[in-house]
Design a protein around this ligand. Sequence first.
Ligand code: GLP
Length: 250
Amino acid sequence: MTKILARVVADGDAVSSAAADVIEELIDSRPAAVLALPTGRTPIALYRELVRRFRAGKTDWSAARAFNLDEWVGVSPDAVSSYAWFMADHLFSHVNIRPENCFIPNGMAVDLDAECLAYEKAIESVGGIDLAVLGLGRNGHIGFNEPGTSFDTRTHVGTVAEDTRRSNAYTFADGAPPDHAITVGISTIMKARRILLVVTGADKAAILETALVGPIDKSVPASILQRHDDVLVVADVAAASRLPAQIRAG
Ligand code: GLP
């Protein structure tokens, strides 16, 4: 049986607030904390809440380091569809994190393998990730580690699944996301000292159940989280509706 506990709260706002508490407490206790951060629809409200708290004078990001989980291959950081743009737009440009402490893989790199290696080394050189904040893809992906990805992967170029491309199409003017992305690997994520999985909405209920209580199998990348010693899941009632009572922390 999984060791994971899920904190189940009323709705998306409560998820954002609970997740922001975890991030705020970490940065308060360890100002130079190393975070891994996700993109997608789910963390938008979380970033809004973190910005609100920063403006209220609550969190000092001046020493924090942030590594994005992923970036599209072939998309310039200046393009609105890039994750670099997303992070600046939703978080980095609104808090006092230093630009040199914001790390995002360069999807335009000529040598993508060298870029992946350098990104992995950059994570290692700051002592690894203290807290990896993750969203959950509808097919169980984490970062851009799609079903079938080996659990041994470090930062690498992955093929983006068709259904993932469809659910991200809205972020591209032509509705056509690239079919490759650089992603922090599953083993890189598993080395994080703590993992915070943030999940909202009824459409994630089935995959959240499969990930947390189903077999640990590379067909569901998030299922590997069952092997991590310190995972906190924060989910709203809709996303948690299929979770067994014993893993709900309330
Ligand atoms: C994208 C990102 C993931 C994210 C996932 C879920 O594909 N690469 O890191 O967790 O989608 O996104 P959403 O929150 O929009 O459901």
